[in-house]
Design a protein around this ligand. Structure first.
Ligand code: ADP
Ligand code: ZN
Length: 604
């Protein structure tokens, strides 16, 4: 039976007409006291799954979240909606914490956000026991997975909530989980009897593209200038140094970019994060330390300029684009050097053999995605155990790559490596390509490589094409990066079959059209759905929103989303009642801002 109170809260407090997807079932299940494990992609609408039951059930909903730096924003956003929310974490003065504790005990809080390490203190556990807990929401639940990319040891202790509060429902939520991670979450959080709600992980508004890397910073700049000028975006890099240099490069080229990585002081990080959330059009250049829990709805692109380590992490990161459902880009540039570097990092990583094997498998899956001639989205979702048909909104669908018979080319590469190995020598990709192309260099002369029978047998392909061949051989395990380091290449068990002509090898070649058509298919969202005559009102409303947000010290989207302003600008409501029907306008906001908005509408 569905509880009428749930729908009423959704409409009155949040201003939304109806639940989406599984939301209603999840909300009902938790209101009825059941445990739940919720898997929904970023932007799917997880927060309402615990916020609505917390408002319906008696007591306070306790939300466990690792994202201390975002708690203030989360609480501010709820306060704007008229929800009584607060947080407890280490950034607070004890006096403030005391007030929050008092409010909780007095039953004056609907939602209380707590960091896991704080929750586990005796003081906090006793506090919760003295008050009334409506539910426990465990956000970012994948942090409990030791194999995952965001492991937080504090999460392991959360299984005790169940023992201490057997009657309080628990709802664990995450945007990332393969079947294996999901089982791990259920097991570690003791969610044995929890109902699993697995939503579709598809994010159809995100256009996936994976391009061959050549001059990556130029390519990135190109992407931003031609498709995302003035947009908010995130650029992910593998290392701190690369973050710094890329942010500087973008700034020097007129892009409003900021760096973010764990090596920056806490204050600088918090400052940059806050600017990214509050200002329009900032490009955050970051390591993967950035982004979890950032619920900025209008991030228009996520670019990776280094190869991510796993598909799971990659999907989580790209999912931060386009939470508002409007068109957005996920763009990844990858090349030969990425494969060499990552294979090397795995070899050198601490940890046992099983751990390294696992890293290797994750990398292989990522490489498979990069080299596929199949729809990217089909591949991505298959990784999460979901089946769809070709999407029509990825580079492969829009511009299919060609497959070509690379058997002979591969044999040339492998025999070059073989000849060098026979001489007891190993080299990196660059030198091997020089030999194949017959390029005379100091090294080829010095080591007498010009007398090799393979010298110059590959003059028919360009440097770039050879790099593509080597990259794919590495990706397929037909070449390996030497254990001794330095990125030198060696044959593998599987190389022999190719060398002996027992195995045909189809390789992927980027369609040439793709390079040329870059930038013509704009993914910008601004103009979507907005008739030209509505534009002046939309702009006026945005300006008004900016003022209000500044006065309240919150990001603009906390006041209203672009989508809500767009709807107002098109529908031009004349009465408070009409305005109240617009998605995203709840009772509290109608009360606070209704008159202002109507005045703007009246003025046209
Ligand atoms: P997640 O936490 O899963 O990434 P959010 O909870 O932030 O997603 O929701 C994503 C966006 O969708 C938010 O802007 C939210 O307000 C909106 N949203 C969620 N549920 C609904 C709904 N039932 N109707 C309309 N908008 C919704
Ligand atoms: Zn596709």
């Amino acid at each position: 039976m569905s509880d009428p109170r749930a729908l009423s809260v959704l409409q009155r407090v949040f201003g939304y007409e109806s639940f989406r997807g599984d939301q209603q079932d999840i909300v009902q299940h938790v209101i009825d006291g059941g445990d739940a494990l919720v898997l929904m992609p970023t932007g799917g609408g997880k927060s309402l799954c615990y916020q609505v039951p917390a408002l319906v059930r008696e007591g306070t909903g306790v939300v466990v979240s690792p994202l201390i730096a975002l708690m203030q924003d989360q609480v501010d956003a709820l306060t704007e909606l008229g929800v009584r929310a607060a947080f407890l974490n280490s950034t607070q003065e004890w006096r403030v914490a005391r007030e929050v504790e008092q409010a909780f005990l007095a039953g004056e809080l609907d939602l209380l956000y707590v960091a896991p390490e704080r929750l586990m203190t005796d003081r906090c556990l006793e506090l919760l026991e003295r008050g009334r807990v409506a539910l426990f929401a465990i956000d970012e639940a994948h942090c409990v997975s030791q194999w995952g990319h965001d492991f937080r040891p504090e999460y392991l202790a959360l299984s005790m909530l169940h023992e201490r509060w057997p009657d309080v429902p628990r709802i664990a939520l995450t945007a990332t989980a393969t079947a294996a991670t999901r089982d791990e979450i259920a097991q570690r959080l003791a969610l044995d009897t929890a109902r699993h709600f697995v939503a579709s992980f598809d994010r159809p508004n995100i256009r996936y593209r994976i391009v061959e890397k050549n001059e990556v910073r130029r390519q990135l700049l190109d992407l931003i200038r031609t498709e995302h000028a003035g947009d908010s975006g995130v650029v992910y890099c593998l290392s701190r140094a690369r973050v710094e240099e890329t942010a500087e490069f973008l700034c020097n080229n007129g892009i409003n970019a900021l760096p973010y990585h764990a090596g920056l002081g806490a204050q600088v990080r918090a400052g940059n994060q806050s600017r990214f959330l509050r200002e329009d059009g900032i490009v955050m250049v970051a390591t993967i330390a950035f982004g979890m829990g950032i619920d900025k709805p209008d991030v228009r692109f996520v670019a990776h300029i280094d190869l991510p380590k796993s598909v799971e992490g990659y999907y989580q990161e790209t999912g931060r684009a386009g939470r508002d459902g409007l068109p957005a880009s996920a763009w990844l540039a990858y090349g030969l050097q990425d494969v060499v570097q990552q294979r090397r990092m795995i070899d050198e990583s601490p940890g046992d053999e099983a751990y390294r094997r696992r890293l290797g498998q994750q990398l292989d899956a990522m490489l498979g995605l990069c080299e596929t001639v199949e729809c990217r989205r089909v591949r991505l979702l298959a990784y999460f155990g979901q089946t769809i048909t070709a999407c029509g909104n990825c580079d492969v669908c829009l511009d299919p790559p060609q497959a070509w018979d690379g058997t002979v080319a591969a044999q040339k590469v492998l025999s070059a490596v073989y000849r060098l190995q026979q001489r007891g020598q190993r080299y990196g990709a660059g030198h091997i390509i020089d030999i194949l192309r017959g390029k005379s260099t100091e090294r080829t002369r010095q080591h007498d490589h010009e007398s090799l029978t393979v010298f110059g047998i590959g003059a028919d392909l360009s440097d770039q094409a050879w790099r593509g061949v080597l990259r794919q051989l590495l990706a397929q395990g037909l070449l390996m990066v030497d254990h001794e380091g330095y990125g030198t290449l060696a044959l593998t068990q599987d190389s022999r079959a190719v060398l002996k002509g027992e195995r045909q090898l189809m390789l992927r070649r980027e369609s040439e059209k793709k390079e040329r058509s870059r930038g013509t298919q704009r993914t910008r969202a601004e103009a979507v759905d907005l008739p030209p005559e509505a534009k002046p009102l939309f702009d006026a409303l945005r300006a008004w929103r900016g003022e209000v947000a500044k006065n309240h010290g919150v990001p603009a989207y906390v006041i209203f989303h672009d989508a809500t302003l767009r709807e107002i600008a098109t529908a031009k409501p004349e009465t408070l009642e009409d305005l109240g029907h617009i998605s995203g306008v709840g009772a509290r906001k109608l009360d606070a801002y209704g008159e202002d908005i109507l005045r703007h509408v009246a003025q046209g």
